[in-house]
Design a protein around this ligand. Structure first.
Ligand code: FES
Length: 105
């Protein structure tokens, strides 16, 4: 098994509690979510259309797309509400020294 490569994405303090922000990591926009003290990461662009999830509404572990109100579980990227049917890519997260690291694979 190969070791995961970790990329520094943000300071933990940059991600407001129970909210979502977008960061640029390796040329891609990634959404970072803070839910109940944990940080999760997915691609920022909805799989249904060209909408930025960082402009959506985070409720619990679900992010609602601002365009057609589709929803994803931010832990897995799985769709939880129509019209989205395709999962969004999610990334492993680790917190170290007050920083958020992502494994972009
Ligand atoms: Fe996200 Fe349509 S663009 S639900």
């Amino acid at each position: 098994m190969s070791e995961l490569q970790w990329t520094d994405a943000a300071a933990v303090d940059d991600v407001p509690a129970d909210d979502v922000i977008a960061v640029l990591v390796g040329g891609n926009e990634v959404a970072l979510y803070s839910v109940e003290g944990n940080v999760y990461a997915t691609d920022n662009i909805c799989t249904h259309g060209h909408a930025r999830l960082c402009e959506g509404f985070l409720e619990g572990h679900e992010i609602e797309c601002p365009l057609h109100q589709g929803k994803f579980d931010v832990r897995s990227g799985k769709p939880t509400c129509a019209p989205v049917t395709e999962a969004i890519r999610s990334y492993p997260v680790k917190i170290e020294g007050g920083r958020v690291f992502l494994s972009l694979g």
